[in-house]
Design a binder for this molecule. Structure first.
Ligand SMILES: NC(=O)C1=CN([C@@H]2O[C@H](COP(=O)(O)OP(=O)(O)OC[C@H]3O[C@@H](n4cnc5c(N)ncnc54)[C@H](O)[C@@H]3O)[C@@H](O)[C@H]2O)C=CC1
Ligand SMILES: CC(=O)C(=O)O
Ligand SMILES: [Mg+2]
Length: 627
C-alpha cells in the first residue's frame, strides 16, 4: 500500500512541475509554431500504425491527426471525429489547467475529486496492472472518482481533460465504414463493450461525444469488480451529433457539431455498429448505457433476442431497485412475500423509472400467483409522477411505456388526486411505504415532500434518491433523516456519508446503484456462453443481490453491501446468472467448459468456476520473441 501512496505522491509532484512549465501557454504556442515551420516540410518515417502511434509520445498528435493521416495510418475510429489544430489543443490544455486550479470541486465532501481523477487516469495510461491494483485495493475511495459522481464532472469537462484516446468512436460520418473500422481495434478478443450515444449522461443530459467517459468508468468497474481482463474491454461512443446547443457552438468541442440523427437514420447507424462488432467478435457482450429513454426501450426490444446485449439503465437499475425494495420489506421485520402490499410512489418515468416499475410489478405479480389478475392488482400499488405531475389515464400524448402505470381517473379522485397532482400531494394522499426517485432532479424531495412522507402508513418508510450524480440526488440523507425521522431506510444512487443521528445511532446511507449488478450480469453471461440475456437471468441476479444481505444487517437499515465487497457480490451474482442460464438451457459454454460440463456443476462448483475465471492485476513474466 505504501508503495502505491508513494507513486501517487510522485504523480502529483510531476503535475506541479508541469503546471509551472505551462504557466505561459502563449509561449508554448509560439514554440509549437516554430517547430512546425522548421520541420513541417520534411516527412517523418514511422514504422508503426494504429494505436501504436497514439501510444507513442514521440509521434502522437492526438486530435490533430488530419482525416487523410487517420486513413493512411489506420487511426479512423480511434479518435473523436473533430480534427483540431495544435493551437486548439493547447487552448484546451491551458483552459483545463486553469479550471483545475479554481474549479476542481464536486461538493464539499471531496474538493479534489477531479484532480484525483487526472492522476488516476495518467496511471491508467501508463500502467494498467498497477492502476487496477490501486483501484481494487481502494475501491471505496476510488469508485466515486472513476465512477459516479466524479465521472459526471469528467464527462462535462472532457474536452479539456482529453489526452490519450481510450476506446472507439463511431460517428455518423463513418456510415458504411464500420465493418472495416472495427478491425482498427488491436485486440483479437473483446469480451465486454459498453456503448453510449451520449444522449443522457447520468442526470446531466446530452453531453454528446464527451459521454465516452461513462463507458470508460463502467468498464473500470467491469475489470475491478468482475475481473474482466482489461485487454478485452472496449468503451464505445457512437457520435450521431448532439442537441446540446452549448456544445454545438463550442469551438473546442471534440464531437460532430450537428444535431442528432433521428428516426431510421439513427437506427441504421446503431444497426451498422451492432453488425460490425458482432461480426468481428461474435461472443462479445454489449451493454447499452445512458441512451435517452426515447431510444433505450426501442433498441432493447430491437436487439435483445438477437444479440448478447442488455440496457444497464433499464434492466440493471431495475434489478438493483428490486433488491432494495425487497430489503425495505425485510427491514420492516416482514417476510419478502409481503412485497405486493407495499405502496410505492415513483418520481421519474424515464428509462430507469419505467424499468424499475415493470420489474417491480412483475415481481409482485409472481408473488401473487403469476396470473392476469395478479398482474392487474400489482399495477395498483404504484403511483407515478413525472415532470407534469401524477400520470393518470387522462394524460394527453401519454408515453406508451408509462401507459400501463397511469392511474384510473375515478380511482385517483377517490384518493383526492387528479391528473398532474404534485409529488407532495401524491405523497400526502397515498401515504406510501416507499418513495423512489429516478427523476434526475436534485432536491425534488423537498421539505414539503419529506414532511408529507411523515404521514406514511409504513412502520419504516423507505426513501430511494437514486438519481446521479450527487447534485442530482432527490434529497440528501441528512434531509431525509432529519425531516422524516430516525427510523427510515435511505438509499442514494451516488455515495453519501452515513448520518450521525446524535443519539449514539447512525443513519445508514446505502448506495443503490446498478454497479452492484451490471458487472455480475456481464460476467455471468460471458461464462455461461448464453447467446442472449434472458429475463430469468436478470431476475436471478436481482434475487441474488437481495439475498446477499444478512437479516441483522437489513434490520439495521443496511440493504446494499458496501462497495468494499463489490468483487465478492459480483462473483455471487455472476454465479446466479450462470446457474439460471444452465437451467433455461441457454448456456453454450465458455472456452474448455462446454455446455455439458457446465450442466454437471454443483452450486459450489459454479461459484468456483466463476472465481477462477476472474482476472486479477498481477504482473506476468515477460519474454521477448522476434516477429
Ligand atoms: N442509481 C442508479 O443505479 C441509476 C440512476 N439513474 C439516474 O436516474 C435518473 C433518470 O434517468 P432516466 O430515467 O434515464 O432519465 P430520463 O430523462 O429518461 O427520465 C427522467 C424522468 O424524470 C421526470 N421528471 C423530470 N422532472 C421531474 C419532476 N420535477 N418531478 C418528477 N419527475 C420529473 C421526467 O419527466 C422523466 O420521466 C438520472 O439521474 C440517472 O443518473 C439511472 C440509472 C441507474
Ligand atoms: C448509474 C447509472 O447508470 C446512471 O446514473 O445512469
Ligand atoms: Mg447509466
Amino acid at each position: 500500500m505504501s508503495n502505491f501512496s508513494n507513486q501517487i505522491r510522485a504523480s502529483s509532484s510531476l503535475i506541479k512541475r508541469l503546471k509551472q512549465r505551462m504557466t505561459n501557454p502563449a509561449a508554448l504556442m509560439q514554440a509549437t509554431r516554430h517547430f512546425t515551420t522548421l520541420e513541417g516540410h520534411r516527412p517523418t518515417i514511422v514504422h508503426k500504425r494504429s494505436l501504436d502511434i497514439l501510444h507513442d509520445p514521440w509521434f502522437n498528435k492526438g486530435t490533430a491527426f488530419s482525416m487523410t493521416e487517420r486513413d493512411r495510418l489506420d487511426l479512423r475510429g480511434l479518435l473523436p471525429p473533430n480534427v483540431m489544430t495544435s493551437e486548439q489543443q493547447i487552448q484546451r490544455f491551458a483552459a483545463d489547467l486553469k479550471r483545475l486550479e479554481v474549479q476542481a470541486r464536486d461538493g464539499p465532501s471531496d474538493p479534489y475529486a477531479l484532480a484525483k481523477w487526472r492522476i488516476l487516469n495518467r496511471l491508467h495510461d501508463r500502467n494498467e496492472t498497477m492502476y487496477y491494483q490501486v483501484l481494487i485495493a481502494n475501491i471505496e475511495e476510488y469508485a466515486p472518482i472513476v465512477y459516479t459522481p466524479t465521472v459526471g464532472l469528467v464527462c462535462q469537462n472532457y474536452s479539456g481533460l482529453f489526452r490519450r484516446p481510450r476506446g472507439m468512436y463511431f460517428s455518423a460520418e463513418d456510415r458504411g465504414e464500420m465493418m472495416s473500422m472495427v478491425y482498427n481495434w488491436p485486440a483479437e478478443q473483446v469480451d465486454m463493450i459498453v456503448v453510449t450515444d451520449g444522449s443522457r449522461i447520468l442526470g446531466l443530459g446530452d453531453l454528446g461525444v464527451q459521454g465516452i467517459g461513462i463507458a470508460i468508468g463502467k468498464l473500470d468497474l467491469y475489470v475491478a469488480a468482475a475481473g474482466i481482463n482489461p485487454q478485452r474491454v472496449l468503451p464505445v461512443m457512437i457520435d450521431v451529433g448532439t442537441n446540446n446547443e452549448k456544445l454545438l457552438k463550442d469551438p473546442l468541442y471534440l464531437g460532430l457539431q450537428e444535431h442528432r440523427l433521428d428516426g431510421d437514420e439513427y437506427i441504421a447507424v446503431i444497426d451498422e455498429f451492432m453488425e460490425a462488432v458482432f461480426t468481428r467478435w461474435p461472443h462479445v457482450i454489449v451493454q447499452f448505457e445512458d441512451f435517452q429513454s426515447k431510444w433505450a426501450f426501442k433498441l432493447l426490444q430491437r436487439y435483445r433476442n438477437t444479440y448478447r446485449m442488455f440496457n444497464d439503465d433499464v434492466q440493471g437499475t431495475a434489478g438493483v431497485a428490486i433488491a432494495g425494495l425487497l430489503g425495505a420489506v425485510r427491514a420492516q421485520g416482514r417476510p419478502m412475500i409481503d412485497f405486493p402490499k407495499q405502496k410505492i410512489v415513483v418520481a421519474g418515468a424515464g428509462s430507469a423509472g419505467i424499468g424499475v416499475l415493470n420489474a417491480a410489478r412483475k415481481t409482485m405479480a409472481r408473488m401473487l400467483g403469476n396470473n392476469e389478475s395478479a398482474f392487474e392488482s400489482a399495477g395498483r400499488q404504484f403511483w407515478v409522477v413525472d415532470a407534469k405531475g401524477l400520470i393518470t389515464e387522462e394524460r394527453e400524448n401519454i408515453d406508451p411505456e408509462a401507459l400501463p402505470f397511469a392511474r384510473k381517473v375515478k380511482e385517483a379522485s377517490r384518493q383526492g388526486l387528479r391528473e398532474g397532482a404534485s409529488l407532495a400531494e401524491v405523497v400526502r394522499e397515498v401515504k406510501p411505504d416507499v418513495l423512489l426517485g429516478l427523476s434526475a432532479v436534485g432536491g425534488l424531495f423537498s421539505k414539503e415532500v419529506l414532511e408529507a412522507l411523515k404521514g406514511s402508513t409504513s412502520t419504516r418508510p423507505a426513501i430511494f434518491a437514486m438519481s446521479n450524480p450527487t447534485k442530482n440526488a432527490e434529497c440528501t440523507p441528512e434531509e431525509a433523516f432529519s425531516i422524516v425521522g430516525d427510523n427510515i431506510l435511505f438509499a442514494s444512487g451516488s455515495p453519501f456519508q452515513d448520518v450521525d443521528l446524535g443519539n449514539g445511532h447512525i443513519g445508514h446511507c446505502n448506495q443503490g446503484n446498478n454497479m452492484y449488478l451490471f458487472p455480475g450480469i456481464g460476467l455471468g453471461t460471458l461464462l455461461s456462453g448464453s447467446r442472449i440475456i434472458s429475463d430469468g437471468m436478470l431476475q436471478a441476479a436481482a434475487e441474488c443481490l437481495a439475498e446477499y444481505m444478512a437479516e441483522e444487517e437489513v434490520l439495521n437499515g443496511i440493504i446494499y453491501p458496501s462497495t468494499s465487497r463489490i468483487r465478492d457480490i459480483t462473483k455471487e451474482v455472476a454465479a446466479a446468472v450462470v446457474k439460471e442460464a444452465i437451467k433455461e438451457d441457454l448456456a453454450e459454454g465458455y472456452r474448455e467448459m462446454d455446455a455439458r460440463e457446465l450442466q454437471k456443476l454443483s452450486q459450489e462448483e459454479i461459484v468456483k468456476y466463476v472465481k477462477n475465471n476472474m482476472w486479477s492485476p498481477d504482473y506476468p513474466t515477460l519474454v521477448y520473441k522476434r516477429d
